[in-house]
Design a binder for this molecule. Structure first.
Ligand code: ZN
Length: 396
């Protein structure tokens, strides 16, 4: 979000309230002195802003305990326990995770529904989410209120309509999913949708392994494969908001069939189903079946090990093509790709150095995500928090 300077005193105050809340949200509790330094505002202005955010039930202040120091200790400002929370949803093919996430990005409660058999349709998924939201409401502090629902979707999401345009592995096309959810909740609870990889890179840039990095790609493989890209510190969305669908770049037109209807997409070489097939396993990709391949590879099963290495080689080649286009400083590998990196980093690096223009000198850092499997979920929470952080008074 680009923060534009504003002139009217009331607008300046509200703008600064958002900035201060955003600091504590992103970096956690800090002293008034630190806030004064970071926001370059006077001590009395910071004091007034903190008082107002405390009054709004968003932050809390306390005198730090321990440590004898000269002078009066600076008050510590922290998110208020029992303050508002985001309803964050990570909608995946095999499970729907819904969480109550507090200011500061802390997961307060979590609810997981396994979707066995065929993937859920949009109405079924919406019903699961609404049910989960009420389960979570009963689990968090009684006075806490939700500020909105943010949903991570494994497919392309239209920026303009909030519709899911194409989610190949869910078999959804042109679904007005945002509107379906909005129909089922009070109007005071805004709904926002985003692509899973786009949200993952957002969360990693905010609090994970890309905190200090403004040119980063998050490449993730679950059942589907996609990328979230931050270039020059800004999320790359594209004209329609569909940028980053790396998983459906065709690399071999006579290759295996892909769920999108084409053949030989990247996904059919580095996705979870590809890993299982290469390991000789005729079963659906689930958290358990994929984890078993990695466990067996580590335990010396030759077929499992060679399957991971084959995926590692294709992964290195995929990263090389991304590096040639985007020149990232760092590439985070999430979902099953984190397992590939852990078991076969040398194979990934060898293929990357072989295929990238300029060789090993051009290769970016390869890392797993810092937020584990929660990057997309926490990115979805950021969608739900966006209005509150922009204007803590107006979104009350
Ligand atoms: Zn495809």
């Amino acid at each position: 979000v680009t923060r534009v300077p504003v002139a009217r005193p009331d607008a300046i105050r509200r703008h600064n309230l958002g900035l201060l809340l955003g600091q504590v949200h992103r970096d956690g509790e800090m002293t008034r002195a630190e806030l004064t330094q970071r926001l370059r505002l006077s001590r009395s202005t910071i004091g007034a802003l903190v008082a107002e955010l405390t009054e709004l039930g968003l932050l809390d202040e306390r005198v730090p305990s321990g440590g004898v120091r000269a002078g009066r200790p600076s008050h510590v400002v922290a998110p208020r326990p029992g303050g508002p929370y985001a309803v964050a949803v990570d909608l995946d093919i095999t499970h729907i995770t819904t969480a109550a996430v507090g200011i500061g990005g802390h997961i307060l409660a979590r609810h997981v529904v396994e979707t066995t058999g065929t993937p859920p349709g949009p109405r079924e998924a919406a019903a699961h989410i609404i049910d989960a939201a009420s389960v979570l409401a009963a689990q968090v502090d009684g006075a806490a209120r939700p500020v909105g629902i943010g949903v991570s979707v494994p497919g392309t999401v239209s920026r303009r309509s909030g519709s899911v345009e194409f989610a190949p592995n869910l078999n959804w096309r042109h679904e007005t999913f945002g509107a379906m959810l909005a129909d089922a909740v009070p109007p005071s609870l805004p709904i926002s949708l985003g692509n899973d990889a786009d949200l993952a890179v957002l969360a990693e840039h905010l609090r994970g392994n890309a905190r200090d990095c403004d040119d980063v790609i998050y490449l993730m493989a679950r059942i589907g494969v996609g990328a979230g890209i931050i270039a020059n510190g800004r999320p790359l969305r594209g004209y329609e908001g569909f940028a980053g669908e790396v998983g459906h770049n065709v690399v071999d037109p006579s290759g295996p069939h892909c769920h999108c209807g084409k053949r030989g997409c990247v996904e059919t070489f580095i996705g979870e189903q590809a890993l299982l097939t290469l390991a000789g396993r005729d079963e659906a990709a689930t958290t358990e079946s994929v984890a078993k391949v990695f466990a067996d590879a580590f335990n010396g099963d030759p077929l499992a090990a060679s399957a991971v290495r084959t995926v590692a080689d294709a992964l290195g080649r995929t990263i090389a093509s991304l590096v040639n286009i985007f020149d990232p400083e760092r590439v985070l590998l999430g979902g099953s790709l984190a397992g590939v990196l852990e078991f076969a980093r040398d194979d990934v690096v060898r293929a990357l150095n072989r295929d990238v223009l300029g060789g090993s000198e051009s290769a970016p850092q390869l890392m797993p995500p810092g937020l584990g499997d929660d990057s997309s979920l926490l990115g979805a929470a950021e969608l739900a928090f966006a209005d509150l952080l922009l204007d803590p008074v107006g979104s009350r």
